[in-house]
Ligand binder design. Sequence first.
Ligand code: KG4
Ligand code: ZN
Length: 362
Amino acid sequence: MTIRTILGIESSCDDTAAAVLRGAAGEADILSSVVMGQTALHADFGGVVPEIAARAHAEKLDYCVEQALDEAGLTLAQIDAVAVTAGPGLIGGVVSGVMCAKGIAMARGIPLYGVNHLAGHALTPRLTDGVAFPYLMLLVSGGHCQFLIVSGADDFRRLGGTIDDAPGEAFDKVARLISLPQPGGPAIEMRAKAGDPKRFRLPRPLLDRAGCDMSFSGLKTAVLRQRDSQLQDATLAAQDQADLAAGFQAAVVDVLAEKTRRALTIYMALSPVQPTLCVAGGVAANMAIRAGLEHTAAQAGAGFVAPPLRLCTDNAAMIAYAALEQRTQHNTDGMALSARPRWPLDRTSPAMLGSGKKGAKA
Ligand code: KG4
Ligand code: ZN
């Protein structure tokens, strides 16, 4: 039996997601893609609480799968295979998804595929835009930040990434420091419009160090210091808030643009047929960051692809699609499939230390 219709399941962070795809690698249609977020559940805690996330996934997964099937106009009997995020991520959530997928695969006697969440993000430009290998991918979200040269469905070379916070995490923390609401990214982008990005001198971390690694934690501390210097009676004036938002955003734009320029130099040396810079992750929604990346790509002679936001952020369509790209009907996982908190895409690059608020970095 050829796999035509595949169910994807994603639960590695704070979104419970299920999707149904039909087709094959390079020619798949998304029949449905349902994402049930948990923002409200974690709102009081300033970050994702792993135990709350795992419980919410366990509660929502069945409904989420049911809704994805309904929206696709299919029943479980019409699904040929199940793909599930098996890592990296918050382990309780990943286990919930893997158990759900195993149950469906066993009950139906269909193939089960454990997929790397980062591979899902990294292969999305092929699902949305049919981008040819090799392309350069920048993953920028609340949990991830890395440059990858994607040369095949399972051929990833990591050029560098953050050594501490992910950019989205930094946006969220800075928003909290300057009394803006969560999620911090959209709030800072909006507030920055009224601000002067040059008023506060903020650092561009690691630009003095060769290579593509990045750091955003010191930038956040620098914002904290500047904020403290402006506080009057424990409150921040509206203009100070806007100037800090604009200054912080400008620093992130500069760091991402310069590190992308370096990653593009390494990538372009491969003489790709259709040189392309792709982005994924929620931070790619930021228009200033996007413009900076697009400009950098154009200067290097590369195209720029940013999938629609609903497929840039966590979703299950990317997980189902990665399975279509990476697996055959014989190359399946059995009931021994286990959840992996860490699972680097590039097996040759050193493991990233530390863990972000949304789980292990890779
Ligand atoms: O990819 P995503 O939905 O979830 C994961 O992190 O897995 O990304 C969410 C992150 C949040 O940290 C949010 O603040 C950030 O993306 N974000 C933005 C913008 N919209 C969302 N950051 C900067 N500018 C934005 N417009
Ligand atoms: Zn993700």
